[in-house]
Design a protein around this ligand. Structure first.
Ligand SMILES: [Fe+2]
Ligand SMILES: [Fe+2]
Length: 175
């Protein structure tokens, strides 16, 4: 299923500052799971997270915001992985912790539910179980988005991505 206009609008509503940040721009030059970039994977996770929120009626403002922000920040810690981590196991264990730091510095926020979601997103590979609904939404969205990438049907196509990032640039310049 392609990304709907409703999903796109929700991601832009809650994610525009993160998407417009210098840190996020870097995600498109970091490869991920061999065949995509952290940025493309991240947008796919955000789209899946919003889809799950809509499907399971988790559509209050707080949950939608936390789900979008958690998704957009969950792998920011992976940036620079080749210099930062000795191997994949170290990356698996440490990148959620580094992503929490990236979330704090990009947004200036420390929402407990977002901290928990990002910290627990590798569950069950890393056995730290989410405490809140947002964490389970992210666990499910991350796995679904990764599987879709592998199957060749990413949740966000390159065209969707280019249009969204162009819209973010227009919002920034007020054009
Ligand atoms: Fe991750
Ligand atoms: Fe991920």
């Amino acid at each position: 299923m392609a990304m709907t206009e409703e999903i796109r609008k929700i991601i832009l509503k809650y994610g525009r500052d993160i998407l417009g940040s210098d840190e996020f721009r870097e995600t498109f030059s970091q490869t991920h799971h061999m065949d995509t970039t952290v940025g493309d994977h991240t947008l796919g996770v955000a789209a899946e997270a919003v889809r799950i929120c809509l499907k399971y009626h988790q559509t209050d403002d707080g949950t939608l915001k936390n789900a979008v922000v958690s998704s957009l920040c969950h792998d920011l810690g992976i940036i620079g992985r080749d210099e930062k981590y000795k191997n994949n196991v170290q990356c698996l264990i440490r990148h959620p912790i580094d992503s929490i730091e990236a979330y704090k510095s990009v947004t200036g926020e420390e929402e407990e539910r977002v901290l928990d979601s990002i910290g627990c997103h590798m569950f069950p590979l890393k056995p730290r179980m989410p405490k809140h609904r947002e964490g389970w939404i992210l666990v499910l969205a991350d796995k679904t988005a990764s599987a879709r990438e592998k199957l060749g049907y990413p949740a966000v196509t390159k065209k969707d991505r280019d249009e969204m990032m162009a819209e973010i640039e227009r919002m920034k310049t007020g054009a």
